[in-house]
Design a protein. Structure first.
Length: 233
């Protein structure tokens, strides 16, 4: 197999799902950490690799992909993973759930609620604007988390789409955990908490989330972070 190279950062919301999938599937990957906190993603060398100046980026020989969802699907097809089923309707359900995570939940929980608290360059200007913004976005994020809890996972499913893990679980985990790091209280959603515990119990979670867990393990340490590379200005 032509060599695989992944440009990523271990704290990145969109990098961690790819890292976890690759670890669980024992993919031989050349890991290239992009130092987001020094602004390496904005430099000419990385901009030539990804003009979006964001991680992750996958290179497979001369082939290059720059979106987390697309990278997950490509890798799953490459290794014929059950996490991305071949059946057209089953695959469509996975795509649907991934799009849901990547648009609505990412917008409200990650960009709206979490990033302004975790990363200073995402914070709204002034304490009053910050408080107002969080007050506005919180109920929208909570509504989507209620949908995830009741309608997607529900009381009987182990994973988002049933008893088998899919790419939707990997992608969703990255977004949900960044909300958790920012202090979103998941107490109202028992099914979500059960799913989150199931995902965190997988050995690859500890392997691929050690830096993330360490960075956000103490309440205010996270506010020392300067850049995310998650589409930051």
């Amino acid at each position: 197999m032509t060599s695989l190279r992944l440009y990523h950062h271990p704290i990145s919301t969109s990098s961690r799902p790819v890292m976890m999938f690759a670890t669980e599937h024992r993919l031989q990957i050349d890991h290239q950490v992009v130092d987001l906190f020094s602004g390496e993603q904005h430099g000419p060398a990385f901009t030539a690799i990804n003009p979006n100046q964001a991680v992750p980026v996958l290179e497979h020989g001369v082939f290059r992909l720059t979106e987390s969802s697309a990278i997950l699907k490509y890798l799953a097809d490459l290794v014929e993973s059950d996490a991305y089923p071949i059946d057209a309707r089953e695959r469509a359900r996975v795509n649907e759930a991934m799009d849901w995570f990547n648009t609505g939940l990412s917008r409200e929980l990650a960009y709206g609620f979490a990033y302004p608290q975790l990363f200073p360059n995402h914070a709204r200007p002034g304490a009053e604007a910050q408080a107002a913004g969080l007050a506005c976005v919180r109920p929208r994020a909570e509504r989507l988390l209620s949908i995830l809890d009741a309608s997607m996972i529900g009381p009987d499913r182990r994973f988002v789409l049933g008893e088998r893990i899919t790419l939707a679980d990997y992608l969703g985990l990255g977004i949900v955990t960044v909300g958790e790091a920012a202090g979103m209280d998941f107490t109202p959603w028992p099914n979500l908490r059960r799913w989150l515990s199931t995902m965190k119990a997988r050995p690859a979670y500890a392997q691929t989330h050690a830096v993330f867990t360490g960075a956000f393990g103490h309440a205010r340490t996270r506010n020392a972070m300067a850049l995310t590379g998650e589409g930051a200005c």
